[in-house]
Every structure is written in C-alpha cells, then in structure tokens.
Design a protein. Structure first.
Length: 233
C-alpha cells in the first residue's frame, strides 16, 4: 500500500521506517523538501538531520505535503498538533478526499511553557477538528497515548497493554486495526472507543502521560486496561 507520512520528526520517522520494513511504499511529506534536506544540524531533540536519516532508509522518499498526499492511499498525520490543520491544508483537501487519515498528533500547547497544556481540550479534540475541516476524509485517531518507539514495537513493554482507536468510519477503523496488528499489536489489545468525539479522551491522556514520564524517568511505558473485553473495530 502507498502511505504518506506527514511530518519529519521522530514520530514520522518511526512510522515511516516501520511501514517501509513491512513492504509499503512510503513518502514522507514536508513543506519544502530542499530546505529540509539542506539542514545539517540535529533537531532540538538530538535527532540527526533528515538527510542523514534518509540515507539510512533509502526505501523512504521525501516529497511536499501535497505530492505525498496525492500519491498515497492512506495518510498519516505525524505533525505537531499545533500545526496539523495548516499542514493538512497544504496537503490539499482534494488530495486527501476519500482516504483514511491516521491521526497520531496531540494538540500540545507550549505557550505557557513546560509542561504543555492542551488546546483544544475536554469539549473538542484535534481529531474532531481535522474531521470537521476535511469531511471527505476518514479520520482515525490512534497511537497518540504512548512513546513513538512503542507505537511500532509494542513488545518493548512487557505484558499486556493497550492501544485505542477512535473514528466515525467503521471500515476505516478495521483497516487501521489491521495495520496495528502488522505493527505487532495483538488484536485483543486494540480497544475501539467509538466515534471521533472519543479522541477527546485519548488526547487528554497526555497530561498524565507526561507526568508519568517525569516520575519514572523514561517514556518506555504504556497503559493496560485491566478487565477490558475485546471491542475492536
């Protein structure tokens, strides 16, 4: 399958690399490919410049947001939450229409410093904002409640733990559940929370997740819902 992964940070790179190892055709989208490739310094988190990463992942290609979305069958939003709507607008509604859009982003608001708050929160969510802005897209919110490394390697956390899906389109959620299974998630670990409004709940997990990271001193953990019955898409 052809995937567009929008975003060049650690989440986008992690998802793109996994998709490529599974044999998918992967384009990573960025605003200005030439400017992105020209960067020679590590990013703010110490990750190597994308040009270096691409040399280590030759099966992944770089394109503009619009070109990546146009070529894809499925789109992954791995951008920063604050910039997601702008990026998706750059990708083009026509290029996104009719496609599954896997939204991994969280609406983190750093305007008041650390730790970040959420905007929107409680009565709305980024997932819903994307669905409203692009009604022709099948938005599925998932993988936004854990560290990037666990998204594609759930066995990294011992024992049972869960991943959630939210979305209005049942077939889209089934397709995303199959993708999660190919990432290594057992089907019984996937909990379908319901329509896209339930993305409010998973986005609001972030404040406790961030504080757990601070308390534990590392992000290599996840949530296990004890007593959960299988209610996957």
């Amino acid at each position: 399958m052809r995937y567009a992964v929008l975003g060049t940070g650690v989440v986008g790179r992690t998802i793109a690399a996994k998709l490529a190892t599974l044999g998918h055709d992967v384009l990573v989208g960025t605003r200005d490919p030439q400017a992105t490739l020209a960067r020679t310094e590590p990013d703010g988190y110490g990750n190597p410049p994308l040009a270096t990463w691409l040399r280590d992942h030759p099966q992944v290609r770089l394109a503009t947001f619009a070109d990546a979305a146009a070529d894809a069958e499925t789109v992954v939003n791995a951008t920063s939450g604050a910039g997601s709507l702008d990026v998706l607008t750059s990708a083009g509604a026509g290029n996104l229409a009719g496609k599954v859009l896997i939204d991994i982003a969280n609406p983190l608001d750093f305007s008041a410093g650390m730790p970040p708050s959420l905007n929107p929160v409680n009565t709305d969510s980024l997932g819903e904002q994307i669905q409203r802005a692009f009604p022709g897209v099948k938005v599925v919110k998932t993988l936004n409640t854990m560290n990037a490394s666990i998204m594609t390697a759930p066995a990294q956390v011992p024992g049972e733990h869960n991943v959630f899906v939210s979305g209005d389109d049942a077939e889209a959620k089934k397709a995303v559940t199959e993708l999660l299974h190919s990432f290594g998630w057992p089907r019984e670990s996937v909990i379908d929370l319901g329509d896209i409004t339930t993305a409010r709940g998973t986005e609001m997990v972030l404040p406790i997740w961030l504080r757990l990271w601070g308390a534990l001193g590392h992000p290599e953990f996840n949530f296990h819902i004890a007593g959960a019955r299988r209610t996957t898409a």
